[in-house]
Design a protein around this ligand. Structure first.
Ligand SMILES: [Zn+2]
Length: 186
């Protein structure tokens, strides 16, 4: 949710929020910089991995409607919790899942397993759009004028800029989902 791996060299000053540091013999230093200290590190035994099985990366061009149809085929949950399942798509969090569903005009409660191919194609396009650098300018939550860059995220009670409906917040799998019930259809 916060923080990043930074790659530098051992002769550089250490970031004051470096929580873990790996120094290599060639002078490379890899630091986990995490101001809020929300990260955790798991050390696995050689040959073993505690990593969950991950789906295709959200930014991977191999992520297409056929792939989504296959991984969603047996999911009994709504499409929003399915998109946040890292074994379906890796790297799509709460904000961009909601934004992608708004772009795709798709109800977050729509049944994952039953989405037609056309809808999945639109969804893939929407995921690419919300993750594109153009859409992710400086300032994580607002643009330089302080206007929300998000269509629905954290906008409960606000007006949908596409249809004039009112954005609602529901809870799905323990997380807030923001959406417009007037233009996001099942
Ligand atoms: Zn709307």
């Amino acid at each position: 949710m916060n923080g990043d791996w930074e790659i530098g060299t051992t002769d550089q000053a250490l970031d004051r929020f470096a929580r873990a540091v790996i120094e290599l013999t060639d002078g490379t230093r890899i630091s986990l910089v995490d101001q809020r200290a929300l990260s955790s590190i798991t050390l696995d035994k050689k040959g073993e991995s505690s990593l969950p099985k991950l789906g295709r990366e959200a930014s991977d061009l191999a992520l297409d409607a056929d792939y989504l149809a296959e991984v969603l085929r047996r999911r009994k949950v709504g499409i929003k919790p399915a998109l946040m399942d890292q074994s379906v798509i890796a790297g799509l969090g709460n904000i961009y899942a909601a934004e992608a569903l708004w772009e795709a005009e798709l109800d977050p409660r729509a049944s994952s397993a039953k989405l037609p191919k056309k809808t999945l194609e639109k969804l893939v396009e929407a995921i690419r759009l919300v993750l594109s650098p153009k859409k992710r300018r400086p300032g994580r939550y607002t643009d330089t004028r302080g206007v929300s860059r998000f269509a629905v995220y954290d906008s409960e009670g606000k007006i949908c800029r596409r249809c004039g409906g009112t954005i609602e917040r529901i809870i799905q799998a323990g997380r807030s989902t923001y959406f417009c019930p007037d233009c996001q259809l099942r």
